[in-house]
Write a protein that binds this ligand. Structure first.
Ligand code: UGA
Length: 435
């Protein structure tokens, strides 16, 4: 099939490369000329395992190309995906300016039937507005359809998630749209959920919010565990064995971050409010997530007492492992909170230091985890990168000024840490060692 993807951000680029790999002819368009110039040279603006190779292979096979000219993209394709950003406005509402612009541009450049697909995460009823916009601007009486096809890709595993999805959600109004979308995804042999556009839009916001809910729930449980001396990892394990609950997204930590959950929870609260259905449950999810960072700060104070003039080593800056993305990363907020109290920060991350350097002032970025430990008063774990799980702790103990580790991702065993001579605190763990 001939496909265009408008917007070469995370979602657009991964979707474009994967659809090309399935044998379609894909044009990825973006109004950022610099980005397109780089993409034409296969320079990828984000770090995603496997994406660069996938782009290179499909460019070489002439199934994937890039353009800054939306007219070219629209005129050459039958299916057009809208994959532009939908950032949060200051009131939490999703900013749909980009979606509206693209809808208008598609309408102005359509030469025949087009299936216009919402891929960006959008509030329910956006499809209605896209249809209204296209109808208003389309030049002649050209037929078109709107569909909603939300994405469920996780950063760091996006290609695998695309190729092996749990389900593919298709919201459409016409038989033709449903058949085109079903045919497009046929090679993946995945379960299809075919529904109306509004239900498809809601599936996306409801899914992300539910996952955020699971995380805040287990974080709230971790606080109770700490009060009574129970262990949140064992509680989560026991809960997760119930098939109705499931084991995923029950890892307690310093809260969720990234470009999706915080933004989508805000947008869902906003749209629910506008529809007259106050979503108090989600407001509580957001509150727990925010206060989780304060709880972590308190843990640091419980160990160090005074923060001012202390040097603190931080391992992990990205919002989760296997990405260089620091958007809404809890680590960045925590570093700023510590700096506001007068701490000096030494930090290390396998891939996010370049981006973090642009967001943070006065941080000493280190060449490896050990340099971050050297002379530090304590060590914090903010992201659960695999390489932090197998460090030389005898070396670390010698390098730290005091053997203090505060693990915001529960990657170490408290008993093993105690045995090694550390004063260790995780999140909601049973054995907090006393010196
Ligand atoms: C999330 C969803 O998982 C995807 O399905 C969705 O497509 C995507 O948002 C999106 O809407 O674009 P992503 O933001 O890449 O994907 O990251 P996740 O792996 O879901 O993690 C989000 C945050 O939750 C991270 O900060 C992670 O550390 C945190 N988390 C996750 C926990 O604190 N505990 C957990 O048990 C799981």
């Amino acid at each position: 099939m001939k496909i265009s993807i408008i917007g070469t951000g995370y979602v657009g680029l991964v979707t474009g490369a994967c659809l090309a790999d399935l044998g379609n002819t894909v044009i990825c368009a973006d109004n950022n000329k610099n980005k397109i110039t780089n993409l034409k040279k296969c320079i990828i603006p984000i770090y995603e395992p496997g994406l660069e190779e996938l782009v290179k292979i499909n460019v070489r096979k002439k199934r994937l190309c890039f353009t800054a000219d939306i007219k070219e993209a629209v005129s050459k394709s039958q299916i057009i995906f809208i994959a532009v950003g939908t950032p949060s406005l200051s009131n939490g509402e999703a900013d749909l300016t980009g979606v509206e612009n693209v809808a208008r541009n598609i309408a102005l450049n359509m030469t025949g039937y087009r299936l216009i697909v919402e891929k960006s995460t959008v509030p329910v009823e956006t499809g209605k507005w896209v249809k209204h916009t296209v109808s208003t601007f389309v030049k002649r009486n050209i037929d078109f359809d709107i569909a909603s096809n939300p994405e469920f890709l996780r950063e760091g595993q996006a290609i695998n998630d695309f190729m092996h999805p749990d389900r593919i959600v298709i919201g459409a109004e016409s038989k033709k749209a449903r058949e085109l979308m079903a045919a497009l995804y046929k090679p993946l042999n995945a379960p299809l959920v075919i529904t109306d556009i509004k239900s498809a839009e809601l599936i996306k916001h409801a899914s992300n919010s539910f996952l955020a809910n699971k995380i805040s729930f287990i974080n709230a449980i971790s606080r109770i565990c700490e009060k009574v001396g129970a262990d949140v990892m064992e509680v989560a394990f026991g809960m997760g064995m119930d098939k109705r609950i499931g084991p995923g997204f029950l890892s307690a930590g310093i809260g969720y971050g990234g470009s999706c959950f915080p933004k989508d929870v805000d947008a869902f609260i906003d749209i629910a409010q506008k529809l007259g259905c106050d979503f108090d449950l989600l407001k509580a999810v957001r509150e727990v997530n925010e206060s989780q960072k304060n709880m972590f700060l308190k843990k640091i104070k419980d160990m160090l007492w005074i923060i001012k003039d202390k040097t603190i080593g931080v391992l992990g800056l990205s919002f989760k492992p296997d990405t260089d993305d620091i958007r809404n990363a809890p680590s960045i907020d925590i570093i700023r909170m510590l700096q506001a109290e007068g701490a000096k920060i030494k930090a290390y991350d396998p891939s996010a230091m370049e981006k973090a350097a642009k967001a943070l002032d006065k941080v000493k970025f280190c060449k490896d985890p050990y340099e971050a430990c050297k002379g530090s008063d304590c060590l914090l774990i903010a992201t659960e990168w695999d390489e932090f799980k197998e460090l030389d702790f005898t070396r670390i103990k010698k390098m730290l000024k005091r053997p203090f580790i505060i693990d915001g991702r529960n990657i170490y065993d408290p008993a093993a840490m105690k045995k090694l001579g550390f004063m260790y605190a995780g999140i909601g763990r049973r054995a907090v060692t006393k010196k």
